[in-house]
Ligand binder design. Structure first.
Ligand code: HEC
Length: 114
């Protein structure tokens, strides 16, 4: 009986860990939906972008998530971006970071012929 309980607890722990990992990664499809609000300034095709608007596609998700959190908590002081993330949840930020990091981005542009 004791062993069974231990095994069940261990299993429950595994499922919790898997769930937490999924949340930590973020949902790419949900992030894509949310990203529509960002495209005016952070479009995939950066040719129409203002040079002051960073290119996000292909950026590392940890970097993106960190930047978004810093705008939200005010440590990174930028009025435009603070307005963008003000109403977003932690999960929204994770989904957005997952989406933008999943793409093939302009960050990797040392390709010939460009
Ligand atoms: C009105 C234009 C505009 C919109 C819309 C916008 N951004 Fe930004 N974004 C900016 C500007 C300008 C900066 C640079 C701010 C700074 O200097 O910190 C920036 C910076 C960022 C950065 C930091 C990039 C880096 O390299 O450090 C991230 C991440 C980001 N935006 C994500 C988003 C997301 C996600 C959305 C949509 C929810 C969004 N932005 C919507 C203009 C915009």
């Amino acid at each position: 009986m004791m062993k069974l309980t231990t095994a069940m607890l261990a299993l429950a722990g595994l499922f919790t860990a898997a769930g937490a990992a999924a949340i930590e990664r973020g949902d790419i499809e949900r992030g894509e939906d949310l990203s529509l609000a960002c495209m005016a300034c952070h479009s995939v095709d950066a040719t129409n972008n203002n040079p002051e608007w960073p290119r996000l596609h292909g950026q590392h998700s940890e970097y993106l998530l960190h930047a978004l959190r810093e705008y939200k908590n005010g440590n990174r002081d930028n009025a435009i971006m603070q307005m963008q993330v003000d109403h977003l949840s932690e999960q929204d930020l994770r989904d957005l970071a997952a989406y933008f990091s999943a793409g093939d981005g302009q960050l990797y542009t040392t390709r010939p012929g460009r």
